[in-house]
Ligand binder design. Structure first.
Ligand SMILES: Nc1nc2c(ncn2[C@@H]2O[C@H](COP(=O)(O)OP(=O)(O)OP(=O)(O)O)[C@@H](O)[C@H]2O)c(=O)[nH]1
Ligand SMILES: [Mg+2]
Length: 437
């Protein structure tokens, strides 16, 4: 499948997590298990006739948040223009309308103190931007990362020859911008090879670096391709808590639906009640059935049931959400491995894609997360989330260089359209604050 270029988010289209999470006041950092997830016998389906999972019907039109909730507060960071006040409910055509030209949008209107109102239908409101609009968003999203780099480069290279000292300073700058020591050394060596001893302008340095970064990330810039022969193509989404698993599932579901695929979601994060309701909200917004069980239920059993159901219904893609934290790392490892083991009983080739979500704001920490999850399950795809507003977007370069795992997409916001295919060249140029063509 090929990702499309999608439109800008609206504040009310941000992930429903907040609303869901509020229900339980779950603090991601301090959440303690309400109940120990039971260690169910294996295989779950065969061993214990588990309670029939709850199948969410495909709704006609769904609110993005519980109707008792007021709309998001205006203080949301980087609120996008385009009214925050609830628009009239509209059908949820997953396919957005015809492309519109991305143009500067008016200032957001101040949000009045609204009484509780039905939450907006999120999906219908956005339209895909032009390619130009996409770059603008990417560049804006990466501006914190790029300004760190470009300010540094300008500082080092204004009226200065490319000597050893300048190269050392540049290497250091690249390391602090999360490109990692190996990448930083490689990139500076390439610059030295062609320009050593010459006076170079900051612009030249940026252009050379962008070209080098692009070379490094191009091999991993691969769209997530669904195998049409698989019914379903199973995508297991894993990652540390808060990295964007559930939100990414919602965004992917919308994209697949827009491509005419049938999609089913499995609420495999049975650890928190809020996690299940969050996924259900995404299911409603995107018109996808959600297989869920009560909090504390066996996640592997749930995944098994979901796959069984998806196979019976010949669904194109099954997206399985998972918990980002359990009592401890061992517990998480056991659970993820068990999910994989159990779904293999139905389809030994599943999961076909194991996607790891990484929060770009955590910088180098993402490296240890890849190592940990790669050891737990066979991670074969990455999604970098929160590239918008992160000053540490350079980490994508060092991840690409070190692990060479495909980066299928990047998250550039909380909205349903804010998942983009990873375009190596556009990313490299944006990271260096250059105009992408
Ligand atoms: N700015 C921004 N926020 C994002 C992005 N992706 C996810 N988020 C936000 O990050 C927060 C956590 O996202 P979730 O999808 O709930 O993360 P999770 O990995 O499912 O978390 P757990 O269920 O706790 O393990 C939410 O507030 C999302 O809206 C992104 O690309 N950009
Ligand atoms: Mg989640």
């Amino acid at each position: 499948m090929i990702f499309r270029w999608f439109g800008r988010k609206k504040p009310e289209e941000t992930a429903p997590k907040d609303e869901a999470a509020k229900d339980e006041s779950v603090n991601l950092e301090s959440a303690a298990p309400a109940a120990e997830p039971e260690e169910a016998p294996e295989p779950p389906a065969a061993a214990t006739p588990a309670p029939k999972p709850e199948i969410e019907p495909v709704p006609e039109l769904a609110p993005a948040a519980p109707s008792t909730e007021p709309p998001p507060v205006p203080s949301a960071p980087a609120a996008e223009p385009a009214g925050i006040s609830a628009p009239p409910a509209a059908p949820v055509p997953v396919e957005p309308p015809a492309p519109v030209v991305f143009a500067p949008v008016p200032e957001p209107e101040p949000v009045p103190e609204l009484p509780p109102a039905p939450a907006p239908a999120a999906v219908a409101e956005e339209a895909p931007p032009t390619r130009k609009g996409w770059f603008a968003k990417l560049k804006e999203g990466l501006s914190k990362s790029s300004s760190k780099l470009t300010d540094g480069i300008t500082g080092i290279f204004t009226k200065r020859k490319l000597d050893d000292e300048a190269l050392e300073e540049l290497e250091e700058l690249l390391i602090t911008a999360d490109l990692g020591p190996a990448t930083a050394a490689k990139v500076t060596a390439e610059l030295a090879r062609t320009r050593f001893g010459k006076e170079v302008s900051p612009e030249e340095v940026k252009a050379t670096l962008a070209a080098e970064v692009s070379k490094i990330v191009t091999p991993v810039a691969k769209p997530l391709v669904l195998d049409p022969a698989l019914k379903p193509h199973v995508i297991l989404v894993v990652g540390v808590n808060g990295t964007g698993k559930t939100t990414t599932i919602g965004k992917l579901a919308r994209q697949f639906k827009a491509e005419g695929k049938s999609v089913m979601l499995a609420a495999g994060d049975t650890f928190r009640a809020a996690a299940v309701s969050q996924l259900k909200i995404w299911g409603e917004r995107t018109g996808c059935p959600v297989v869920a069980r009560d909090t504390g239920a066996d996640a592997a059993g749930l995944a098994y049931d979901a796959l069984e159901r998806a196979r019976a219904e010949k669904v194109d893609v099954l997206l399985i959400d998972t918990a980002g934290r359990l009592q401890n790392k061992t517990g998480l490892m056991e659970e993820l491995r068990k999910i994989v083991r159990v779904i293999k009983k139905l389809d030994e080739t599943a999961p076909h894609t194991t996607l790891l979500t990484l929060d770009a704001t955590t910088g180098q920490n993402a490296h240890s997360q890849v190592e940990i999850f790669r050891d737990m399950v066979n991670v074969n795809g990455l999604i970098l989330t929160k590239l918008d507003g992160s000053a540490r977007g350079g980490v994508l370069v060092s991840l690409a260089e070190k692990f060479k795992i495909p980066v299928h997409a990047i998250g550039v916001g909380e909205g349903v359209y804010d998942l983009r295919p990873f375009d190596a060249d556009a990313f490299a140029k944006s990271l260096m604050g250059l105009h992408a063509d």
